[in-house]
Design a protein around this ligand. Structure first.
Ligand code: HEC
Ligand code: HEC
Ligand code: HEC
Ligand code: HEC
Ligand code: HEC
Length: 203
């Protein structure tokens, strides 16, 4: 692919990515679970590079690490109460997508738990309106990188979530860990003798 297109096309790519992410979440809705939340990529980032050379050098770092979410969700608190990752990210062992739980799942507990808290009132308001919480994606790849990623082979191989996402017991909302890039994937694939040919991860 023409590298010169990288910077000029980021805007277009992002719009496409958002459309595709939306379509993908719609289709996985029907396939997997009704009411999967609207789940789109962040529209707010800037390459902020003065020239093409810097853009290329930093190419793998242009993803925003912190994403402003509609609810101040806390991984730490839920994990301290003994919940498992798969209680909420149900697709992680089977499908390509780990998935984000729908507001119905939140409300099975928050119908009665912490109902007086402002953030929980917001959650309840989404449910009342019949809307999903518009969570924004934290981990994703530009469409132009043509990366395919599946969770399931990693989970089957016994790789811990923390290897790629860090220790979520310390997190409120998720942050993207630096360096979720090709070198990171390849180093580990070499270590575990997992496939390293280009078509393993690209389409
Ligand atoms: C299995 C039950 C359960 C489910 C499901 C659940 N929660 Fe919670 N949540 C809790 C418990 C328990 C607490 C801690 C309450 C406390 O100690 O005050 C909590 C705390 C919170 C808090 C912090 C409240 C505060 O300000 O102190 C937020 C925000 C929250 N949950 C949002 C969510 C969202 C969003 C979902 C769905 C994605 C969800 N929860 C699903 C049990 C649950
Ligand atoms: C080998 C690295 C790796 C491991 C291990 C891993 N993830 Fe991920 N995860 C990723 C990558 C890369 C993405 C972005 C995928 C994409 O955009 O296609 C992602 C995306 C996600 C997402 C958001 C998108 C989605 O798929 O719904 C969630 C939620 C998630 N991971 C949860 C988990 C949980 C829970 C575990 C452990 C059970 C886990 N991940 C283990 C690398 C990993
Ligand atoms: C109570 C439900 C709940 C539990 C339990 C939970 N999560 Fe999450 N997770 C969420 C919600 C809601 C979001 C969306 C908000 C955010 O980005 O933090 C999320 C987001 C994420 C993301 C970022 C998704 C993206 O857009 O890339 C990752 C990665 C993730 N969780 C990993 C984990 C791991 C690993 C565990 C277990 C150690 C875990 N989660 C346990 C509800 C949960
Ligand atoms: C911490 C180690 C680790 C990291 C990091 C990692 N992988 Fe993997 N990956 C593995 C292991 C182990 C397997 C399983 C190989 C097997 O089943 O033989 C695997 C399998 C896969 C497969 C399925 C291969 C096949 O055809 O069987 C794909 C696709 C894949 N990884 C893509 C990625 C991508 C993309 C990234 C970076 C975002 C990544 N992996 C990061 C360890 C890792
Ligand atoms: C283990 C998974 C994996 C393998 C194997 C792999 N890649 Fe990648 N590749 C990635 C990931 C992840 C990215 C980063 C995407 C990003 O950060 O935007 C990437 C990025 C790239 C990019 C930059 C794409 C862009 O956005 O412009 C090129 C070019 C590329 N890979 C080529 C290759 C070639 C050629 C091979 C075979 C020699 C290969 N890759 C093998 C995972 C892999």
């Amino acid at each position: 692919m023409a590298l010169s297109k990288v910077r000029t096309n980021l805007g277009v790519v992002l719009v496409v990515a958002v459309v595709i992410a939306t379509l993908a979440s719609c289709s996985s809705d029907k396939a997997k679970q009704a009411g999967h939340p609207s789940y789109v990529t962040s529209g707010q980032f800037t390459t902020a590079h003065p020239n093409m050379s810097d853009t290329l050098k930093d190419y793998f770092d242009v993803y925003p690490t912190h994403v402003q979410q509609p609810i101040a969700f806390t991984h730490k608190m839920h994990l301290e109460h003994g919940m498992q990752c798969t209680d909420c990210h149900k697709g992680v062992a089977e499908g390509p997508d780990a998935t984000i739980p729908n507001v119905q799942l939140c409300m099975t507990c928050h119908q009665v738990i912490a109902t007086d808290k402002p953030e929980i009132k917001k959650v309840a308001a989404y449910q009342k309106e019949g809307e999903e919480i518009p969570w924004r994606r934290v981990n994703w790849f530009y469409q132009s990188a043509h990366v395919k990623f599946y969770h399931s082979p990693h989970i089957r191989a016994g790789i811990d979530c923390a290897a790629c996402h860090g220790d979520m017991r310390q997190e409120t909302t998720a942050v993207r860990k630096a360096g979720l890039d090709m070198g990171f994937c390849l180093n580990c694939h070499k270590k575990y003798k997992a496939p390293t040919d280009c078509m393993t991860c690209h389409y």
